[in-house]
Design a protein around this ligand. Sequence first.
Ligand code: DOR
Ligand code: ZN
Length: 343
Amino acid sequence: MERLTLRRPDDWHLHLRDGAALAAVVGDSARRFARAIVMPNLKPAVRTTTQALEYRSRIEAALPRGAKFEPLMTLYLTDDTPPEEIERAKRSGAVFGVKLYPAGATTHSDEGVTRLSRCFHALEKMQEVGLPLLVHGESTDPAIDVFDREQVFIEEVLGPTIERFPGLKVVLEHITTREAAQFVEVTGPNIAATITAHHLLLNRNALFMGGMRPHHYCLPVLKREMHREALVEAAVSGNPKFFLGTDSAPHARPAKETACGCAGIYTAHAAIELYASAFDEAGALDKLESFAAVHGAQFYGLPLNEERITLERTEWRVPERLAFGPEELVPLRAGETIAWKLA
Ligand code: DOR
Ligand code: ZN
């Protein structure tokens, strides 16, 4: 197959940041995707519907002229998110999920949840009004090995939570392990997962190829090859519980190339092209459209996009660096080639 035409895809997990950073990156997503679930981990976090609506306006103002791109907003769950705020969010029609960051789990998660039991009233309301819980699924217990944190979170937190709230819609974001994929497979239709391009393409060796590779550091961290293979299997399976979420997470170069670098990989510059490469390698290009443009919309109860995009099998070289406001950004595959190109 040399050309591939698909429904315009959606990104069900994206970091757009704010200010100059937002202006620098939003065009990359808007060129490829029709809609994106926008993460609320700004500083300060997007905790209220009012803040989400203001953030949406800033995103719309930052879009390149003529771009058609719909930001689907989220709230940042805290220990004291009131159920009334959940109701307001649902009623606004602009908020499509509530993000659970266990406090301390990742970038800008310090305002996150210290104990999920403190949020039970909010979760009950979300279950009642049908607002999905979007989960960063990692244990924050420092005694747990960093490579085991997803599995331990599923056993200790997520499993019991979905038993307590059996009607709650949950997206386990950016899954990284075979155990997470299996968990999603065996639970009910209200439990789904997003998978990033980088977790489909890289295993943890990529962190140490000839030296430390900070631009391959993200959270949840890359795992063993066995897990990457399980994620590819889930992504190409046709199972509607798995869909595209890039977790594209830009950080300025000095924040990555330093003694204690930030977690996050920037993939928005080539997101659908990177997924196409992963599906191609698996011999499953015919499964890309449903993963990228159908399953997520169905889970969120939104209409499918009617526009189409076309990908061509043409090698192109990714720039070494991209502009990022006054700073620079190092994208995934910087200086290397990608086999698929957006026509
Ligand atoms: O790698 C990551 N980067 N994982 C996250 O959970 C957060 C994200 C970010 O905001 O930079
Ligand atoms: Zn994320």
